[in-house]
Structure formats: C-alpha cells, structure tokens
Design a protein around this ligand. Structure first.
Ligand code: GDP
Length: 296
C-alpha cells in the first residue's frame, strides 16, 4: 500500500521535497519554521492549518533541535491531524446505501465505479442508481460502468424526480437481496437550494426503506483544485448528513497537501482517495501511511 501510494503521489511528493530541504540547510529553528510555513501554504495545505501545524512543531521541539527532529515533528503532526478525523467506511456488512454527492466533473461516477469494484471483490452484490436525471451524459456514463463491472444500474426517465428513481432502486435492491446500493446524485451548484432539498428527499426515502440508510454520504472532491475544494465543500455542508470525503485525482496533482487542509478545516474524515481513471485506482485512506508517503 505504501509503495503504491508513494508512486501515485509522485507530483505531491516533489512539492513536499521542498519542505524536506528546508530542514537540511543548517538554518535556525525559527528560520526553518518560517520558510516551512511559506512552503506549506504553497503546497496547498491552507493558511489556518499551516499555522496550527507550525505552532505544534514549535511547542513540541526545542530551539536547538536538529533538522531530523523537526522533520519528524512535522510528519507526526500531519499524521495526528489526519488521524483525528479517521473513521472506517460504514457501508456494510448489512444492506447499505451510499450517496455520492459533489459537483459535476469532480469524479462522482468514476469513484462510484471504484467502490462498486471494491465491494464486488469482497463478494458483495452491488447495484447503482442514476439519480442525476437531468444529465443524460451522467446516466450514460454510469451505464457504461455498470456494463463493464456487470452491476445493474437503475435509471429513470429524463427529468424524473431523483427521489423516485432512488425509491425504484431501493425496491429492486430489496427484491434482489443486494448488499450495496451506490447512488449518483446531481451536481448542479447554481441551483443550490433545490439541490440540497433534493438530496434531503433522497435521504428520507432511503431511511424509510432500509434501516440506518444511507450509511454513508460521501462528498466527492477534486484534489487538483486545491484550496477551492474547501470552498466547494462548504456549499455541500449545508446538506448536513455528509459522513466523509472521497478525494479524487490525487495521482495527477502536486496539490496533495490539500488533503491535510480539507480534513482539518472541514473536520471530516477522508475515507478514500482516487489515484487514476480506472476502477482499480482506489485507495482506502490511512492517515499514517499518507503522512509517511508524503515525507519519506
Ligand atoms: P462526475 O461528473 O462527478 O461524475 O465526474 P466523472 O466521474 O465523470 O469524472 C470526471 C473526469 O475525472 C473523468 O475524465 C474521470 O476519468 C476523471 N477522474 C475521476 N477520478 C479520477 C482520479 O482519481 N484520477 C484521475 N487522474 N482522473 C480521475
């Protein structure tokens, strides 16, 4: 897992190498910390989170501590910050529903396919629902993934009530005694109020049909947009049930530091990371491995 993560995070690791170099230069701790703060902000960690980490390193080290001690303090601090919000993926072992939310283009459908493949690998019976009924392309894309993975996709007519599609999907899910229903939702942010009430309605329908559902509501965020992902996330947090983040496209970006800012500023666990365009390119997020992969 660690080797794979290191390879996938290659561009972010290059950005982080600059942080490491700061410790090698024989500077005083204060000089090193100042430069470190600057470099962390450039690495998309975010100002607030950066300040918090720098302060923790300052408190946890002594003025004359050698560079290795500072570097270890940085790694530990990143790991502990990410660990604070860690939570296991709660979909299963019983019948479970997972809603995927997030703006269009962020990677919702691809990420759903990844979760479907993962569950199939665990021997679970998986279904998908296309509840973005206004975007024909989204339905089509989900159907393509469905055919590839051999997973049934429940759709509705163009413009149908998304909650009605989810209701039909839940009925099929129960009839077929499936284990996991993954639901794609609309990502139109310009009609935000409508979208939030639409998501709320989907949630109510799911809760009525399956005990404890939806077990997970994952907010899909694109890591390549860096700190803007946090701004985008705040819009979706108006819809209160989000249980975690699925952070996509970490393979192609140098902005992997966003992971740290997102977890810290939103106070939500990062549950999965997407590291490529195929269904296999999924990694379960693990705070310690992530910190290790970034700074080793
Ligand atoms: P949606 O509109 O939110 O459903 O987004 P899509 O699933 O259609 O993804 C948008 C684009 O991002 C597609 O070209 C995907 O192949 C790509 N994509 C999604 N996840 C990842 C990822 O983890 N890594 C990379 N490199 N590309 C991704």
């Amino acid at each position: 897992m660690l080797g794979n993560l290191r390879d996938k995070l290659v561009r972010t690791r290059q950005a982080f190498r600059k942080l490491e170099d700061l410790f090698k230069s024989g500077k005083s701790r204060e000089e090193a910390l100042d430069e470190l703060a600057e470099a962390m902000i450039l690495a998309d960690i975010g100002v607030g989170t950066t300040e918090k980490i720098i302060e923790a390193i300052r408190t946890g080290t002594r003025k004359d501590d050698p560079p290795e001690v500072l570097k270890k303090a940085l790694k530990d601090e990143i790991a502990s910050l990410l660990t604070r919000f860690e939570a296991p993926f709660a979909a299963g072992p019983g019948p479970s529903v997972v809603l995927m939310v997030g703006v269009n283009g962020g990677g919702k459908t691809t990420s759903m396919a990844k979760l479907a493949r993962r569950a199939l690998g665990e021997g679970r019976k998986v279904m998908m629902a296309a509840a973005d009924t206004f975007r024909a392309a989204a339905q089509e894309q989900l159907s393509i993934w469905g055919r590839r993975l051999n997973v049934p996709v429940i759709k509705g007519p163009y413009g149908a009530d998304p909650a009605a599609v989810v209701f039909d999907a839940l009925k099929a899910f129960q009839a077929q005694k499936a284990d996991l229903l993954l639901v794609d939702t609309a990502g139109r942010v310009h009609t935000n109020a409508n979208l939030m009430s639409e998501l709320e309605k989907i949630r109510r329908v799911a809760a009525r049909e399956i005990p404890g559902a939806p077990q997970e509501i994952l907010l899909v965020l694109d890591a390549t947009i860096g700190q803007n992902a946090i701004v985008q996330a705040r819009e979706f947090l108006k819809f209160s049930g989000i249980t975690g983040i699925f952070l996509t496209k970490l393979d192609g970006t140098a902005k992997g530091g966003t992971v740290i800012g997102i977890a810290d500023e939103l106070g939500l666990p990062i549950k999965f990371i997407g590291v490529g365009e195929s269904a296999e390119d999924l990694l379960e997020f693990d705070a310690a491995s992530f910190a290790e992969a970034l700074l080793s």
